[in-house]
Design a protein around this ligand. Structure first.
Ligand code: SAH
Ligand code: SF4
Ligand code: F3S
Length: 461
């Protein structure tokens, strides 16, 4: 990124790890820093402020932060030798989970703050800078869950990176799956008011966005209030957003099977703008393991749910998350996961080895599964998931589908976009631009992407 900056202006760099909510938060922090007179840089060596927006979901996340801090400390020392000062900040879920420990272990870190405090960044920066000017070490820690909602306080303007944008609708989690840190790092479930989301979506559309993905750790648990103070569900929110002119596609992620309500299932059949692709993590296929995970659904109830979703929207494609090697998982339990995968045939999926997280109930369970067993199960699961993903893409070949172009391809005149089912489609389209939504015929498929051609050109040929 190049900037025409005044020589005095301060530069910042945000490095983002983890989920889409962190990506969204980093964008909002960038806008806030822009309003504070900071300009972005890609280069840590010239940054006055570096923020690591961290993830705590699996092991080694914290270790990664410390080694990243070590590298930044060297860059900061080199700058100091030339009269520059760099502030190093750790934000996100590692900050929330291990704030005081980071302060203790990493003296080079100047600021540690959790995901709910980003709107306080200007105050924290002022404090840190003030300490610096007094020649003291700047140390600021803020891991509160403040009563005021951060998004209400953050600047409203949204910079735009393309025709598809994330909008956080809900944050936090009340589910307490026994393996997961999110309820501790992100706090309780909170939903943004309908009007705030509508305003943001309208502003995004004005700046060229045509597709939005509503985000939340449990986005289908959304319960926001409208202007009249009435409760609005995710289905209600989607229905309202679908009425906004100029918005062409709506997606939402991530959903919990427990919150897949009748009105949301119905919305999939009724709202054309709601894309036929749903990320609905199941984690495992054995009811014994699902119970130990505190998932509160069974394999059968999950499969029934998918049946109902497909009855509403027959072309719905599914994506999911899986954990292998949860404590006590036997080969038989693992086979149940494979059976479930075979029954659903996911279009795409994420799968992980169980990683014990400090402070979560599963970390203290007996019968932890040995590492090599986890690796073996993960490889077998991924082979199956990849095969299904390839077959899903291959089955699309020959179809003509709308593709939203999101970026330039590697070849001249090539654009890359997404089908309604989230497939990446490469198309030679020299007369089109990023942001165009165009009918393309799918010509060939690999596991991760497809080749397509412009439908009107192919028809004319
Ligand atoms: N709220 C979402 C998931 C959030 S975390 C949901 O409930 O589905 C994203 C994924 O990370 C989870 O779906 C799970 O598959 C994985 N994950 C979470 N904790 C984990 C752990 N301790 N070890 C391995 N994978 C984990
Ligand atoms: Fe974690 Fe479970 Fe909450 Fe998802 S629903 S964020 S996996 S505790
Ligand atoms: Fe990671 Fe926090 Fe997201 S732990 S997955 S960044 S909610």
């Amino acid at each position: 990124m190049t900037n025409s900056t005044s020589p005095g202006s301060k530069k910042f760099l945000i490095k983002t790890f983890g989920c889409q909510m962190n990506v969204y938060d980093s964008e909002r922090m960038s806008e806030l820093l822009g309003n504070e007179g900071y300009t972005p840089t890609e280069n840590a060596d010239e940054a006055d402020l570096v923020i690591l927006n961290t993830c705590h979901i699996r092991e080694k996340a914290a270790e990664k932060v410390y080694s990243e801090v070590g590298r930044l400390r060297q860059a900061a020392n080199a700058r100091r030798a030339q009269g520059g000062e760099t502030l190093i900040a750790v934000a996100g879920c590692v900050a929330q989970a291990e704030g005081p420990e980071i302060m203790r272990r990493a003296p080079a870190v100047n600021m540690v703050f959790g995901p709910q405090t980003y709107h306080r960044l200007p105050e924290m920066l002022a404090k840190a800078r003030e300490a610096q000017t007094r020649g003291q070490a700047a140390r600021v820690l803020d891991t509160d869950f403040p009563a005021e909602a951060k998004f209400d306080q953050l600047p409203k303007k949204r910079g735009v990176n393309g025709p598809a944008a994330f909008v956080t609708a809900q944050e936090g989690c009340d589910k307490f799956c026994t393996f997961c840190v999110v309820p501790y790092t992100r706090g309780a479930e909170v939903s943004r008011p309908v009007a705030a989301i509508e305003d943001e979506v309208r502003a995004l559309i004005d700046s060229g966005v045509v597709e939005i993905t509503l985000l939340g750790q449990n986005v289908n648990a959304y319960h926001g209030v409208d202007a009249a103070g009435q409760d609005v569900t995710l289905a209600g929110l989607v229905r309202r957003l679908a009425r906004i002119d100029g918005l062409k596609r709506i997606r939402y992620t991530t959903s919990h099977p427990r919150d897949m309500t009748d009105d949301l299932i119905a919305a999939h059949g009724e709202i054309e703008k709601l894309m036929p692709y749903l990320h609905l993590p199941v984690q495992a296929g054995s009811d014994r393991i699902l119970a130990a995970m505190n998932r509160k659904h069974t394999a059968e109830s999950y499969l029934k749910l998918i049946e109902r979703l497909k009855a509403a929207r027959p072309d719905l494609a599914l994506s999911g998350d899986f954990i292998v090697g949860f404590p006590g998982e036997t080969e038989e339990d693992f086979q149940a996961t494979l059976d479930l995968v075979k029954a659903v045939r996911y279009a795409q999926a994420y799968s992980f080895k169980y990683s014990p997280r400090p402070g979560t109930p599963a970390a203290d369970m007996e019968q932890q599964v040995p590492e090599d067993e986890k690796s073996d199960r993960l490889a077998r699961l991924q082979a199956l998931l990849n095969q299904h993903q390839l077959e899903f893409n291959q089955a699309s070949v020959g179809k003509t589908v709308p593709v939203l172009f999101e970026r330039q391809g590697k070849h001249p005149g090539q654009l890359v976009g997404r089908s309604p089912w989230m497939q990446a489609v490469h198309v030679l389209a020299p007369d089109h631009a990023i942001g165009d939504l165009v009918h393309c015929k799918l010509l060939s498929a690999g596991a991760n992407s497809l080749e397509g051609g412009l439908a009107d050109r192919l028809a004319a040929a």
